[in-house]
Each structure stands twice: as structure tokens, then as C-alpha cells.
Write a protein that binds this ligand. Structure first.
Ligand code: AMP
Length: 308
């Protein structure tokens, strides 16, 4: 089973209480693809500039990720500068240099058209809709967004939400999108906007999912499921934790080939595992050297600490 992911492929300059890094490989699609690559085949659609070198592409291809859909154009790659010095739980954006990303028009290679799973990472909802329309035969569509699109491009975003099987966002985005101050009421309101299910990320506090009655073709799992996070003594760099969560979650679902309540719940545990690994080093460093055994060990740990 293959996942097609569309989103940013970037360089990130980061400052956290643990230190500073300049122009490390990042981007939502990159973090997602690396995490998902431990579970299934991943194909990336994105755009990069001349500063994106073969060694950067090799970070993805060495994990079996198909990068045919990463378009190389003249100019500089997207560059995001963020700081977590004030608050490790929330990135402060210091600069967003869109560069070649400003004119991004996703192009889907013919070899990607048989992808069964689609992940619309955090990009302009108009582009998310275009990619969705270009992939009419996918089995499942999941997506992400961020405060900027919720605030300034709401109508376009609402069209995307109607098409989603799974929306994966953080708790603050749930409140913003719903206009509620309570996250349970907020989650219910978000489901009314269209997605069949909602996964809410609470950073180091784990995640929760909410299912509408349309989630699994019946109402057997209507309601809520809560997954914990692994206890982390040190968070070096939270960048990409959300995308790594999404990659682990969706990668596991794709690896199972069917979506049952059981698969969905297990996928949330794998999402937590991949998110927790990614924060242990800067950028993609930790996932680059992660092994399948480590993932399984952490999965078992998560089961143990949350089992009654
Ligand atoms: P996360 O920490 O999981 O929310 O995602 C962080 C990643 O998103 C970083 O690697 C950034 O390069 C990327 N990013 C930051 N701002 C944007 C944006 N406006 N559009 C797309 N990607 C972004």
C-alpha cells in the first residue's frame, strides 16, 4: 500500500533550550514521509530549489521514499525559522521565507496515480483540494492544517474538511476552528464540519480521536479514544513532532490495508511513538537513525504504561 503525501519540503533554522541549528532538513512532508516510511511505501509531492542537494534527497530515498514528485526549480527552497526558547510547547515563527514554495503547483507523477492513501499536509487548502480532486480513486484521505489557514482562508479550508476521512490537528487548532473553549464540544463541532474522524494532538499529553457515526460505516465506535504519550525526560526539538505523529499514524493504517476501530486505535499509539522519537534530536536526525526494533520497544512501553 502506498501513501501519497503533498506538503512542504524545507530547510529549518531552529532555536530551542537545547541549542541552535541552521538550515536543517525539514518541512511537513519530509517529517511525515520519514515517519511513515517505517510502515509502508511513501511518495512525496513537493517543490525545492537549487539549495536542495542530492544528500538531502538521499535522507528520504535511503528510507525507500519515492521522491519522483519533488520538483526541482530555480531559486531557493522554503525556509522556516522558529524558536522554542520562550515556550517548548509552541513554536514562535521568526521568519517564513516561502521562496519557491510561493508558486507551488503540485504536479502528480503518473507513477503515483495508483496510491491508495492520500495525506494532505499543511499547505494552502486550495492546493489540498486540487490534489484531492486529482486522486479520485484513493481509499482514504487524511489531512492537516494550521492557524493561518483557519483564520484567513476558512472558506477554502471548509471545502477540504468535507473531503477528509481523518483530520489530524492540535488542540489549539480545534478550539480555533470550532470557536469553542472546551475541547470536547470543539471536537464535536469540528466533526460537524465534515471530516469523518478527528485526531487531536496534545503534544506531550498524547492524543485523542473522535469518530462520527460515518467513520466506519456503522456507529459501533462512535465516540472517543484517548492515547497517552511516552514520558520524555528531554525534548531537544519539537519541530515536526506533529507530522511525525501523522506519519506513524497513517503509515500504520496503510500497512494494514483496512480501517477498523482496532487499527485506528493502534495507529494512534504508533503516531505517539514516532512523535516521541522525533523530538529527541534536531530536525530529522533522530528518525534518520531510528530502527524498527526501537519503534516496537516504545510501542510496548506505551501499551504497558497505559494498560489497566
Ligand atoms: P510541526 O512541528 O509538525 O507542526 O511541523 C513543522 C514543519 O512544518 C517544519 O519542518 C517547517 O518547515 C514546516 N512549516 C512551518 N511553517 C509552514 C508553513 N507555513 N507551511 C508549510 N510548512 C510549514
Amino acid at each position: 500500500m502506498s501513501i501519497l503525501v503533498v506538503g512542504s519540503v524545507a530547510f529549518d533554522s531552529l532555536e530551542t533550550p537545547s541549542g541552535k541549528r541552521e538550515r536543517v532538513l525539514g518541512g511537513a512532508a519530509t517529517h511525515f514521509a520519514l515517519a511513515a516510511s517505517f510502515f509502508t511505501k511513501v511518495r512525496v509531492v513537493g517543490v525545492v530549489g537549487e539549495d536542495f542537494l542530492p544528500e538531502h534527497e538521499a535522507v528520504l530515498t535511503s528510507k525507500g521514499v519515492d521522491t519522483t514528485g519533488i520538483e526541482h526549480v530555480v531559486g531557493k527552497s522554503f525556509h522556516w525559522t522558529g524558536s522554542y526558547v520562550q515556550n517548548l510547547a509552541e513554536a514562535q515563527t521568526l521568519a517564513t521565507d516561502l521562496n519557491v514554495f510561493a508558486d507551488f503547483e503540485p504536479k502528480i507523477p503518473a507513477s503515483y496515480l495508483d496510491s491508495e492513501y492520500l495525506f494532505l499536509a499543511n499547505i494552502d487548502p486550495v492546493l489540498q483540494s486540487k490534489v484531492r480532486a486529482a486522486m479520485p480513486n484513493v481509499k482514504l484521505v487524511a489531512g492537516d492544517t494550521m492557524n493561518y489557514w483557519i483564520a484567513a482562508h476558512r472558506d477554502n479550508l471548509l471545502k477540504v474538511l468535507e473531503e477528509l476521512d481523518v483530520l489530524i490537528i492540535n488542540d489549539k487548532e480545534v478550539l480555533m476552528l470550532s470557536g469553542e473553549t472546551n475541547w470536547v464540544r470543539g471536537a464535536k463541532k469540528v466533526l460537524e464540519l465534515g471530516p469523518k474522524s478527528l485526531v487531536v494532538k496534545y503534544a506531550e499529553h498524547g492524543s485523542a480521536s473522535f469518530f462520527s457515526e460515518r467513520s466506519f460505516g456503522d456507529n459501533s465506535s462512535a465516540g472517543i479514544f484517548r492515547a497517552p504519550a511516552t514520558p520524555q525526560e528531554e525534548v531537544v526539538d519539537p519541530t515536526g513532532a506533529g507530522d511525525s505523529f501523522a506519519g506513524g499514524f497513517y503509515g500504520y493504517i496503510a500497512s494494514q490495508g483496512k480501517l477498523t476501530p482496532e487499527v485506528f486505535r493502534t495507529a494512534m499509539f504508533y503516531g505517539c511513538v514516532m512523535g516521541s522519537l522525533s523530538v529527541e534530536q534536531f530536525g530529522t536526525e533522530r528518525l534518520q537513525r531510528t530502527t524498527r526494533e526501537e519503534i516496537e520497544a516504545r510501542f510496548q512501553q506505551l501499551k504497558q504504561i497505559s494498560h489497566l
